[in-house]
Design a protein around this ligand. Structure first.
Ligand code: CTP
Length: 217
């Protein structure tokens, strides 16, 4: 099994010293890469800027990128040949419309930035997904969680969507633990209690293996 995995945040430059980004640490994505390698899968890990060491496993090829556009290009190059796609990255939805060549100097009491929409990596690749390929997305919602996650699953052509719980302490950004629900296309919901991201990654990989096998056996 060959897995394409996106992980971490993206950084969208504003000028030579500043960027727009988010607080994703990449821990869940990197734990998934390790867990896929543990079961013998080869993994292409397309990673945004993170503080984590490059995985040592010979089964994991790490491609480091910075922006959403770079992440898209690296993922698109691998997607056609991958059996499973996992979109664990926290991609910036927008980027500054222009990148200043020189450092932006302070002037005036307010500063307005114009942003333009980035490519949706999961949705764009989702349009090219073949019947024998399997896609897993992540969702982070604060209202109507299940409905929004299910909508995302259909819009982006996912087979499974992993819904992060933001309401529980110890779950999500920056923590070593996570609590998630997984939804499938039939609307079935599986709940994974709060646990170490490394442990949760192994459980998610087992679920993907089982679903991938039954869907396309
Ligand atoms: N995603 C992506 N490219 C983007 C935005 C999101 O590949 N430009 C992927 C994420 O990796 C994740 C899924 O899409 O697997 C859902 O991401 P999320 O940020 O929750 O969805 P959005 O489409 O950005 O929706 P919104 O921010 O409006 O909730």
């Amino acid at each position: 099994m060959h897995v394409l995995l996106t992980a971490g945040p993206t950084y969208e430059p504003l000028d030579p010293v500043r960027f727009l980004g988010n607080r994703s640490t990449g821990k869940m994505g990197y734990a998934l890469a390790e867990a896929f390698a543990e079961v013998g899968a080869t993994v292409t890990l397309v990673s945004g800027p993170v503080q984590l060491p490059t995985p040592a496993s010979a089964l994991i090829q790490t491609v480091r990128v910075e922006t959403a556009q770079q992440m898209y290009e690296a993922a698109a190059a691998v997607a056609p040949a991958a059996d499973v796609w996992v979109f664990a990255a926290a991609v910036a939805d927008y980027r500054p419309a222009t990148v200043a060549v020189d450092k932006i100097k302070k002037a005036g009491e307010t500063l307005t930035l114009e942003l333009i929409k980035n490519v949706d990596i999961a949705a764009t690749l989702g349009e090219t997904k073949r019947a024998e390929q399997f896609a897993v997305g992540f969702a982070l919602e604060t209202t109507n969680e299940l409905a929004h996650a299910l909508d995302k699953l259909h819009r982006k052509n996912f087979d499974l969507v992993v819904l992060n719980s933001l309401r529980d302490t110890g779950a999500g950004f920056g923590h070593d633990t996570n609590k998630v629900s997984v939804l499938d296309r039939a609307g079935q919901v599986l709940t994974f209690e709060l646990q170490a991201k490394t442990q949760l990654a192994r459980r998610l990989v087992a679920l993907v293996q089982a679903r991938f096998a039954t869907t396309y056996a």
